[in-house]
Design a protein around this ligand. Structure first.
Ligand SMILES: Cc1ncc(COP(=O)(O)O)c(C=O)c1O
Length: 353
């Protein structure tokens, strides 16, 4: 047990990650000169909602299967909203009213089926908001070509725990000093975490880091603002090796998938040619038991998402079911083949499905 404890540290809050090949990130060149960078995904969504309000939008449709921050942001904007349900491929089942807005999420790395349909149709009478938080690393994702609204959070794929982007036209307000301080504090902590992991000293200090990251995350989640991202954050976003990280994610996903040999039910298969997975997302009947089992092995998983709103209707039975079973296994750029072999062996020997 002690050996496992010291050797593995998979998942959990990202430590600092730097790659040897500098500036690969600029291949995603939209990051340099288009749209607006804000503090987090919810702030980028807010910026879109404010533009929609100017265009007299009075109602927005959102998926019940979503991150709670989306609901909070829409409440904050005071636009009326209602939930829609999804089909088995996670595509929206909805016919939006004329003049309304529809928010779609590109779940786990895959573009929603509705995006292409909307782009092909020249007579759309509603506004589309595409949430690309989970798929903005995909090869075929190019926000410079979008004529509808797009936003994403930059906080889910790396140690960069602040940042959101939207293709809004109006400028954001000035930089807030407090946001700059929060970012600098968390960056310092992440560099320290990385150093301790490398020196094999992290586990003893784990409680301190978990508590500190929780405290910082609470602060960041409370921010729904029109302020611009500070320069230190932009610098970090622009130098991060996004493209290289995307390649590692795809490779890890594929290795894990081959090792698991269909022993676990996936939400869907990733087409690694174009799609970059957020994680290895499975559906497990005894999800919480498996999650605890993996935690003992120092594999820290996440849940996207428990349903935040009370809806008591048959309409959402699919959402309720997947939100009880869903589990995201880390496959990100911090890990290599040997880590995937370890994860697969733990999953397969758990006996939990
Ligand atoms: C799909 C999706 N969109 C938007 C958000 C909001 O992003 P942020 O937490 O950066 O505000 C999240 C997560 O919180 C998310 O998972």
């Amino acid at each position: 047990m002690e050996l496992v404890k010291n050797k593995f540290n998979i998942g959990g809050v990202f430590e600092y990650y730097k790659n040897s090949s500098v500036n690969k990130s600029l291949e995603k060149n939209f990051l340099s000169h288009l749209g607006n960078f804000s503090i987090n995904g919810r702030s980028s969504l807010l910026h879109i909602l404010l533009e929609l309000k100017i265009q007299n939008v009075k109602k927005i449709y959102i998926p019940l299967f979503c991150c709670e921050s989306i609901i909070l942001t829409i409440k904050f904007s005071k636009i009326k909203y209602s939930f829609y349900s999804l089909d088995k491929k996670l595509n929206p089942i909805i016919n939006p009213e004329k003049g309304s807005a529809l928010l779609v999420i590109n779940y786990f790395g895959r573009e929603s089926g509705i995006v292409k349909k909307y782009e092909r149709n020249k007579n759309n009478n509603y506004f589309l908001i595409e949430d690309a938080t989970h798929n903005f690393l995909s090869k075929n994702f190019n926000p410079t070509l979008k004529t509808h609204y797009v936003f994403f959070s930059l906080r889910k794929h790396s140690h960069i725990n602040m940042g959101g982007w939207s293709n809004t036209k109006k400028d954001l307000f000035k930089i807030n000093k407090l946001h700059k301080e929060i970012f600098n504090e968390s960056l310092k902590l992440k560099i320290r975490k990385k150093k301790l992991i490398e020196e094999n000293k992290y586990v003893n200090k784990e409680d301190f880091f978990v508590n500190s990251f929780n405290r910082i995350e609470k602060k960041i989640s409370k921010i729904i603002t029109n302020n611009r991202a500070p320069n230190s954050l932009l610098k970090e976003i622009k130098k991060f090796p996004w493209v290289e990280s995307a390649e590692i994610r795809k490779k890890n996903w594929k290795v894990l998938d081959d090792l698991l040999k269909n022993n676990f039910k996936k939400v869907f298969d990733i087409n690694c040619k174009n799609e970059v997975p957020l994680g290895y997302v499975i559906l497990v009947d005894d999800r919480d038991k498996l999650r605890n089992y993996l935690k003992e092995k120092r594999i820290f998983t996440s849940i996207h998402w428990t349903i935040a709103s009370k809806v008591n209707s048959k309409k959402f039975s699919f959402e309720k079911n997947i939100s009880k079973k869903i589990l995201t296994i880390p496959i990100d750029q911090r890990y290599k083949k040997s880590d995937m072999i370890y994860i697969a062996s733990c999953l397969l020997s758990s006996g939990i499905k």
